[in-house]
Design a protein around this ligand. Sequence first.
Ligand SMILES: [Zn+2]
Ligand SMILES: [Zn+2]
Length: 271
Amino acid sequence: MPIQICSTCGTSYPDTDAPPSRCPICDDERQYVPRGGQAWISRERLASGHVNAWRHLETDLFEIHTHPQFGIGQRALLLRTSEGNILWDCIALLDDATEALVRALGGLRAIAISHPHYYTCMQDWARAFECPVHLHEADADWVMRADSRIRHWSGETLELAQGVTLLRLGGHFPGGTVLHWADGAGGRGAILSGDIMQVAADLNRVSFLWSYPNMMPLAAMTVRRIAETVAQWRFERVYGAFPGRQVMAGGAQAVQRSAARYIELLERGQP
Ligand SMILES: [Zn+2]
Ligand SMILES: [Zn+2]
């Protein structure tokens, strides 16, 4: 039987005779079940109706995004390093074209994912490129399809390659992770942030939510801790979860300004 993928969030489930009755990722208040009920799609049907589009964001950084939009609509980022390519965050669709293109770029050394909403079909990507998937252990219960290539890391940082470091920030999920890329932005540094620091519509601001679809905030103390943690890292750019969502200059200041304003609104309210 085919691997079943949740159409709402893109999470894949072990092959069973019938689709699962529920998607725990969507049942959680940080996601949602559509009014029409949960729907499922096979990898084959997903590939027959969708393609992946690529964008070159800067030297050594590509975006991969599925069209028409599928699931949550996030992008994966392919980061090239002298030690091999790293896939940051994941998408459900790994079609033949994408596999051939990633292979032509040298395959993957590792996959790292910010939080469970983007675990999607990481197992298929890991299998295709014979590489590990690095997930923070605090979110281990959210893996819906076990795989021997999944490695749970602990602590606050994990260096994947020289100048490429995972930082656990928590917040949206306890194991919420961002990737610091020292060589990004021409050596001024970049953060690949997923939903953990969400690049906002004006592209000069980020936000921090417990639930994005249900618009539920984080505590001020959590946002303060996130801001203090990233303040120790140098970066100019912040690449968020969705196409077009990046802070291109002054990223570190934008994060601090955004966190301070968020805390001010929570603690002091509006006049
Ligand atoms: Zn789901
Ligand atoms: Zn999320």
